[in-house]
Design a protein around this ligand. Structure first.
Ligand code: HEM
Length: 458
């Protein structure tokens, strides 16, 4: 782990280009700049970017692990531009908490997305997939990313709120707008975070937030009045009943902040991963047909390995971010206070040292073994590791199972889709375009699936 030090600062090598040039390079290359610099200077590099300032990018798995295990007395979550994510989600959000308070909250929230509980959400995912694919066109190429986003939003909304009917419909409409605006609102300097009318970003953010809070308040009131509250498995019902170790409940306002946090963190990421899964599978027809056979036989091992490999080769979040609270020694480097540390998930997972033939998409590498936590880090690590990792994995598994059971995806020899960074998640640049056919219709008309041998590839 990193340790506090008073040694003279010793920063890793890196780009000396002026900050604006680095910014253009960073954006134009969809973060590919870090890879170019790492190939030139090694697995720890210095960069200088607007918003992040002087930052250190780390892709050496041992140092990434050191960072994840470093005490929160020495490092913390960074600020973005003029604020933190907590400014948008509110003081009761995980993103606003640190130290003991964060640990206490995680003790409450992490078990909500684990083990037996996860199984209680499976039917929601299956219903969301079935609802969405009923409208998909056949025999015509279309973007699968938007419907994946709708599936993921529906899944997280229903699992967290237990909402149905009018409240669910309103949240389905409101939450994507709040999330898009939230990113913009963060760019508003803190002195201008006032209600300057419905057309100003912060003013609009406050209006959306009031609508959101009103819906949550009525759902909390319904939950408290629900005689079957104890049997419910949605996160809202569980948070209403949860107690900190000292016996205190979470306040209603903090419940609303946390629900918004889970919604915002939990849909674009999972949707992006599911879209990448489609993008990868239609370019690997033999794998696609092995997965379909496995689904038909009731298996899941290759599907799980595929989900891990999609996340290794196409992580939707490129990095886990921290910031030094004091001067620290990390490996050979001495990094000053207030420096952003960027653990590059993408570069760490592309490392030949950790993954043989790292550039190839090969789920079989994980069959029977599973990924090693140090090298495979799509959910980050340590005290800030993704709260919803178990939920996301379950969701991708059930979604993929349902898609393969219901649909035949036509293989393609189109070039790989490039990566496009959308402010938070990195998604397939063309929206994971695919052509599908309904297996039930093919079975009844006697049509049969395309020959895998015609398309080659693994
Ligand atoms: C494929 C889907 C997902 C990916 C790849 C992903 C990835 C990540 C990553 C990389 C982090 C930062 C970890 C770190 O800094 O070490 C994170 C944090 C977080 N994620 Fe996820 N996530 C996904 C889905 C979800 C879902 C479904 C939820 C909610 C149910 C969720 C809730 C959160 C929260 C609340 C945090 C903040 C944790 C903290 O800072 O203490 N994520 N996620």
């Amino acid at each position: 782990m990193a340790t506090a030090t008073t040694e003279p600062v010793r920063l890793p090598p890196g780009s000396r280009l002026p900050k604006p040039v680095q910014a253009i390079w960073f954006l134009a290359s969809n973060h590919g700049m870090f890879g170019v610099l790492a190939r030139r200077y090694g697995s720890v590099i210095s960069v200088n970017l607007p918003g992040a300032g002087h930052a250190v990018v780390i892709s050496d798995p041992a140092l990434v692990k050191d960072l994840f295990t470093t005490s929160t007395d020495l490092i913390e979550r960074p600020t973005f531009g003029s604020g933190t994510l907590g400014d948008v989600f509110g003081p009761g959000s995980t993103f606003s908490l640190a130290g003991e308070k964060l640990l206490a909250r995680r003790k409450m929230v992490v078990p909500l997305f684990h083990g037996r509980r996860l199984r209680s959400y499976e039917h929601i995912i299956e219903e969301e997939v079935m609802r969405e694919i009923a409208t998909w066109p056949e025999d015509r190429e279309f973007e699968t990313l938007p419907p994946m986003t709708s599936i993921a939003l529906g899944a997280i909304l229903r699992a967290t709120f237990g909402a149905e009917g009018a409240a669910l419909a309103e949240l389905r409409d409101l939450v994507p707008r709040m999330v898009t605006l939230g990113g913009l609102a963060l760019l508003v300097p803190s002195r201008m975070r006032r209600d300057l009318g419905p057309w100003s970003p912060w003013g609009r953010h406050l209006r959306y937030r009031r609508r959101f809070d009103a819906i949550v308040d009525s759902l909390i009131a319904d939950a408290r009045a629900d005689p079957a509250l104890e049997e419910r498995s949605d996160v809202l019902a569980l948070l209403v009943q949860a107690r900190y170790e000292n016996g205190e409940p979470i306040s209603d306002r903090h419940i609303a902040d946390e629900l918004l946090t889970l919604l915002a963190s939990g849909h674009e990421t999972t949707a992006g991963s599911m879209a990448w899964a489609v993008e990868r599978l239609i370019r690997h027809p033999q794998l696609l047909s092995r997965l379909t056979e496995e689904v038909d036989a009731g298996g899941s091992e290759l599907r799980q390995a595929t989900i891990w490999e999609v996340q290794r080769t196409r992580p939707v979040l490129d990095a886990a971010l921290r910031r030094t609270k004091t001067r620290v020694r990390l490996g050979d480097w001495v990094i000053p206070e207030d420096t952003n540390l960027i653990s590059s998930i993408r570069l760490a997972q592309e490392s030949e040292e950790s993954f043989r033939d790292a550039a190839s998409f090969n789920p079989d590498r994980f069959v029977g073994t599973g990924p090693k936590p140090v090298a495979w880090i799509p959910f980050g690590g340590g005290v800030n590791r993704c709260v919803g990792a178990g939920f996301a994995n379950m969701e991708m598994d059930v979604a993929l199972r349902t898609l393969l059971r219901e649909l035949r995806f036509a293989p393609t020899d189109a070039p790989d889709e490039r990566r496009r960074w959308r402010g938070v998640a990195t998604v397939p640049a063309r929206g994971a375009r695919a052509v599908i056919y309904r297996r039930s219709a093919e079975a009844s008309s006697g049509a049969h699936s395309a020959s895998v041998a015609d398309h080659g590839g693994a």
